[in-house]
Design a protein around this ligand. Structure first.
Ligand code: CP
Length: 315
C-alpha cells in the first residue's frame, strides 16, 4: 500500500479545485482507489505513522471532520481535533497565531474549516506545513467535490466525460457547487445549474461546460445525476425566496420530477439533508440514492489527499 501517485502531485496544500490539473485530480482518484479496498479490513496503513494531524474546525461539521479524522487514523497518524468554540480564537488570538502555536506543538498538517472565503489560502501562505481546506465560506470544499466525482466514476466508469450532472438548489452560497463546477468540467462532465434565479449566480452563465437553466423539467431532462443542495441559511443575510414551502413546490425533488431524469440516474447530496425541503425522504433513502456512498468514499479520497500532501514533508 506504499505505492503512490506522487509523481503527478507536488503540492504542499489542497486549497481549491480551480488550481488543479486534470492529471492531479486523477492522481488523487488513483490513490483513493488503492486505499478504498483497505477500508473493509481493520489493518491501518502506515504512510502517516508518526505524524500529527490537527483538525481545526471553526464551523460545524459531521461528515467532513469525522471523515478526515478516520482517514488520518487509517493512515497511522495521531489526530487532534480542535473546535472553534473551545480554542483561544474566541479570546482574540489571530488565525495565524493559532496555527503557529499548533505547529509549535508538533503538528505536521492542519485540516481547516473556516467561515471566511480565502482563510485556507491565507494559512497555506504563512505556514510551512500542509494545509487542507475542509471548506472556507462559500469559496471551496475541494474534498467534497473530489469524493462526488469519485462516486460518479464508480457508478459510470472512470471516464465520466460527456455525462450530464445537474446541480440543483442554492448555488450562490454553496462552496460544494463551486468546487464541483471546477472538478466536473475539468473531467469533461456537462454541468447544469438550476434553482431560483436569486440563488444561481450569473458568474457561471458563460463558463465553459456549464449551462444555467431555471426551468426544472429542462434542468433534469436526460441528466445522469442530480446533486441536491440545501438552502444555506447560515450564509444568507437576506431572504432569496418567499418561503421554504414555495421553494419545495418549485424545486424540491419528488417522484414525478424523478421521472424526468434518465432511468439509471443517481441522486446525490453532500449532506446535511433537509428532508422534505430539497428532497422527499423516500428518494433520499431510495435505491437510486448514493448519498451514503458519497460519505463512505470521503474516507478513501481524504486518505489519498493526506497521503499525497504529506509527500511534501519528506522533500
Ligand atoms: N458535506 C459536508 O461538508 O458535511 P459536513 O458539514 O457535515 O462536514
Amino acid at each position: 500500500m506504499t505505492e503512490n501517485n506522487t509523481a503527478a502531485w507536488t503540492r504542499k496544500d489542497l486549497i481549491g479545485i480551480e488550481h488543479l490539473s486534470k492529471s492531479e485530480i486523477e492522481a488523487i482518484f488513483a490513490q483513493a482507489e488503492i486505499f478504498k479496498p483497505t477500508l473493509a479490513g481493520r489493518d491501518k496503513q502506515t504512510s502517516l505513522h508518526g505524524y500529527t494531524v490537527v483538525n481545526l474546525f471553526l464551523e460545524p461539521s459531521t461528515r467532513t471532520r469525522t471523515a478526515f479524522e478516520v482517514s488520518a487514523k487509517r493512515l497511522g497518524a495521531d489526530v487532534i481535533s480542535i473546535a472553534g468554540s473551545a480554542s483561544s480564537l474566541v479570546k482574540g488570538e489571530t488565525l495565524r497565531d493559532t496555527a503557529l502555536n499548533i505547529r509549535a506543538l508538533n503538528a505536521d498538517m492542519i485540516i481547516m474549516r473556516h467561515s471566511a472565503a480565502g482563510a485556507a489560502a491565507y494559512l497555506a501562505r504563512v505556514m510551512d506545513i500542509p494545509i487542507i481546506n475542509a471548506g472556507d465560506g462559500a469559496h471551496a470544499h475541494p474534498t467534497q467535490a473530489l469524493l462526488d466525482a469519485f462516486t460518479l466514476r464508480e457508478r459510470f466508469g472512470k471516464d465520466i466525460s460527456g455525462r450530464k450532472v445537474t446541480i440543483l438548489g442554492d448555488i450562490l452560497f454553496s462552496r460544494v457547487a463551486r468546487s464541483n463546477i471546477y472538478c466536473l468540467t475539468k473531467l469533461g462532465v456537462e454541468v447544469t445549474l438550476a434553482g431560483p434565479t436569486t440563488l444561481v449566480p450569473q458568474t457561471f452563465t458563460n463558463y465553459p461546460g456549464v449551462r444555467v437553466v431555471h426551468d426544472l423539467r429542462q434542468a433534469l431532462d436526460g441528466a445522469d445525476a442530480v446533486m441536491l443542495l440545501r438552502i444555506q441559511h447560515e450564509r444568507q443575510t437576506t431572504t432569496h425566496f418567499p418561503s421554504l414551502g414555495e421553494y419545495t413546490s418549485m424545486f424540491g425533488l419528488n417522484k414525478k420530477r424523478m421521472s424526468w431524469l434518465k432511468p439509471d440516474a443517481i441522486i446525490m447530496h453532500p449532506g446535511p439533508i433537509n428532508r422534505g425541503v430539497e428532497v422527499e425522504s423516500d428518494i433520499a433513502d431510495g435505491p437510486r440514492s448514493v448519498i451514503l456512498d458519497q460519505v463512505h468514499n470521503g474516507i478513501a479520497v481524504r486518505m489519498a489527499v493526506l497521503h499525497l500532501c504529506a509527500g511534501s514533508l519528506n522533500k
